[in-house]
Design a binder for this molecule. Structure first.
Ligand code: MV4
Length: 447
């Protein structure tokens, strides 16, 4: 096992990783920008190294600075968290080249899933169901119209280098193809420096269902059930739940088994998430994330498995601590993401936390680096806390979530606590009756 791990991230996830390390008797090294000197995870870490100025490209994305910090402090391994360098294959390779274990999948698997066409081709070979579409990149309007006529309009063009919804355009009919295809390409070129595109049939009212997987890199692999992440605004998830209120046991078992079999065939190492759209009882693979995800705690809540601990154990060469039949999904969990934003306008609102009180009690977990007096810097993501609530049933969980949101006090800044309260009081939400467009309709800012 490792003696010392460098945490190449910030905020609540840096704290989350620190906590797992601590419980495993592993020392931690925080690396931080000059804007994060007073961050909670920096205070708690055994060692801290300032790696640069506030802009992420100069600090949290600065590979030489991070590797220098790793060398100076003599760590064994580097945990990238989510975002930043977590899905950067060159970073994973650089860690290895410098003698540090990258706590994550192989660079090869990161690269494979980073190219969305390769990811889909791989998923197909692994036996996962795909959205009908182009087998490879599309380069001409004629091709789009031809495939569109075969699979039916509307179709969706997506950027090969995309993800997160950027560089995506719905093409309603053949006569709109020319204009919408060029718009998508311009966007993709600007966002990713790559305008390669592929085509899919457009699903009009799907849910976003993702399967958490773990592999040991040696052919063992399990799934830890699904998360329903359909409640999102502008491709930012807002409130997640596990299990999904939309799936029955047969559907859950079917997609879980397929995902776990895929992990074993791939000899995938570490934690990953297979994303599917789910509509009319069918699953359609869209992409795979080769990192720990923001919403991982709801899976932890319903399985009792510490995902960061498993990531670290696997990276250190260990076997999976359990088999598929040992994984039991018990009860229900929800996560509310609390952002430093106005609940109506979504305008970011960084600043000083004048008052802080987090909810507690049975089944309540708060992952946050906030404390009274903390000054939130304006340079990074606006998510400041995650409220994770669990219960033996979905109803118990929702009642607990309701009272936990009432207890939560974050003074001095605007937060999305009020938005979360609004969501959980909607009848459709209570009924579990929502798709990926429902929240945008509720908040009335649909593009
Ligand atoms: C789709 C889709 C409909 N049909 N693909 C958006 C982000 C990227 N991960 C995949 N996305 C979508 N792909 C087909 N063939 C609709 C979306 C989509 C979406 C997906 C998940 C969660 C929220 C979403 C919001 C808008 C569109």
């Amino acid at each position: 096992m490792f003696d010392k791990v460098l945490i190449a991230n910030r905020g609540e996830i840096a704290l989350r990783i620190h906590r797992a390390c601590r419980e495993m008797g592993i020392q931690t090294v925080a690396v931080h920008s000059t804007a994060d000197t007073d961050a909670m995870h920096v205070r708690l870490a055994d060692f801290a190294v300032c790696i640069g100025p506030p802009p992420a490209r100069d600090s949290y994305l600065n590979i030489p600075a991070i590797l220098s910090a790793a060398t100076i402090t003599g760590v064994d391994a580097i945990h990238p968290g989510y975002g930043f360098l977590s899905e950067n294959a060159r970073f994973a390779e650089a860690c290895d080249a410098h003698g540090f274990t990258f706590i994550g999948p192989t660079a090869e698997h990161i690269r494979m899933m980073g190219d969305k066409i390769v990811a889909k081709q791989t998923a197909k070979e692994l036996g996962l169901p795909l959205v009908p579409g182009s087998p490879g990149p599309v380069t001409s309007v004629e091709e789009i119209i031809e495939i569109g006529k075969k699979i039916g309009f509307p179709v969706l063009v997506k950027a090969v280098a995309g993800g997160g919804g950027r560089g995506m355009k719905v093409i309603e009919s053949p006569d709109k193809a020319n204009e919408q295809f060029s718009m998508a390409r311009v966007e993709a070129k600007a966002a990713f420096g790559n305008d390669a595109m592929y085509l899919e049939k457009y699903l009009g009212k799907p849910r976003h269902i993702e399967i958490q997987v773990l592999g040991d890199g040696k052919g063992a692999g399990v799934h830890l059930g699904e998360r329903d992440c359909s409640l999102q605004r502008r491709h930012q998830k807002v409130l997640e739940e596990a299990p999904s209120p939309a799936l029955n046991a047969e559907q859950r078992g079917r997609i879980g088994e397929l995902a776990a079999a895929a992990v074993r065939k791939l000899k995938y190492r570490g934690a990953g998430t297979m994303e599917f759209l789910f509509q009319d009882g069918e699953f359609y693979f869209i992409e795979m994330n080769t990192r720990l995800q923001v919403e991982h705690p709801i899976t932890e809540a319903v399985t009792g498995i510490d995902l960061v601990r498993e990531q670290i154990r696997i990276a250190a060469g260990g076997d999976l601590g359990f088999k598929q039949e040992d994984v039991k999904i018990t009860g229900h969990a929800n996560e509310c993401r609390i952002n430093a934003e106005n609940s109506e306008t979504f305008v970011p609102c960084p600043g000083k936390i004048t008052d802080y009180h987090s909810p507690g009690g049975l089944g309540v977990r708060v992952d946050s680096g906030l404390y009274t007096g903390y000054v939130m810097p304006p340079y990074y993501d606006s998510m400041v806390a995650k409220l994770i609530v669990s219960g033996s049933t979905r109803n118990e969980c929702l009642m607990r979530l309701r009272r936990s949101l009432e207890e939560f006090v974050i003074g001095g800044i605007d937060t999305t606590i009020a938005l979360q309260q609004r969501i959980i009081h909607q009848q459709e939400f209570i009924d579990g009756d929502y798709d990926i467009h429902w929240l945008e309709k509720l908040v009335g800012l649909k593009k």
